[in-house]
Ligand binder design. Structure first.
Ligand code: G3P
Length: 216
């Protein structure tokens, strides 16, 4: 499973990269706005830090504006992937960009048919927002399961980025299903490695070792 980091914060990306756990980064207008820095400069800096795909989202809502912005964003670095919202205009932009060899990540996916349309349009990635569906008492991960089945049925090469991850179980369930990628907030990723029984076990090993070496 590929781990993408869902942030535009350089310090978080550096820290996760040092863990060897960053296969890509996803941003969105809210995450960029949170940093209070110039959008393209942030994307350029991220591209200098990590090897994998970096999702940068267009702001325009009509096809022409999306394609125009996308070409500028794609020119920043070869690893830049263009995030496009799941709309009819977005699908038209995806098709045009795919024809130009520009990879897209269709975002704000909340239904399996949206994901099917994105794959048909030529999207490299789709981002189903599991947390936001859970917030509405809907089964976010069931959407991932359905999209996986549809993509396997028709051998679509579009990769699923499980997004809007709220806690480690979202990633665990997605991995058990075989989802290609999870894009994970750093605050969630940091929790994967920790377990109280591991810490307890290390402490006990060290205490026994120390005790044995005191008597020799
Ligand atoms: O990549 C999409 C993600 O950032 C959205 O997450 O927590 O705003 O639903 P959230």
């Amino acid at each position: 499973m590929k781990f993408f980091l869902d942030t535009a914060n350089i310090d978080e990306i550096r820290a996760a990269n040092e863990m060897g756990m960053v296969d890509g980064v996803t941003t969105n207008p809210s995450l960029i706005a949170k940093e209070g820095r110039e959008f393209h400069e942030v994307i350029r800096e991220i591209a200098g830090l990590i090897e994998g795909p970096i999702s940068a989202e267009v702001i325009g809502l009509d096809t022409g504006s999306m394609v125009k912005e996308a070409r500028v964003l794609a020119a920043i670095h070869a690893n830049v992937v263009i995030k496009v919202p799941m709309t009819v205009d977005g699908l038209k932009a995806v098709r045009i960009l795919a024809g130009e060899g520009i990879r897209t990540n269709v975002t704000l996916i909340f239904s399996p048919l949206q994901a099917l349309m994105a794959a048909k349009a030529g999207a490299a990635y789709v981002s189903p927002f599991v947390g936001r569906l859970d917030d509405l008492s809907q089964e976010g991960l069931s959407l991932v399961e359905q999209v996986l089945r549809i993509y396997q049925n028709y051998d679509y090469q579009t990769e699923i980025i499980v997004a809007s991850v709220r806690h480690p179980l979202h990633v665990l369930e997605a991995a058990l299903m075989g989802a290609h990628i999870a894009t994970i907030p750093f605050s969630v990723l940091k929790r994967f490695a920790d377990h109280p029984m591991t810490e307890k076990g290390i402490a006990a090993f060290l205490a026994d070792w120390k005790k044995a070496n005191e008597t020799t």
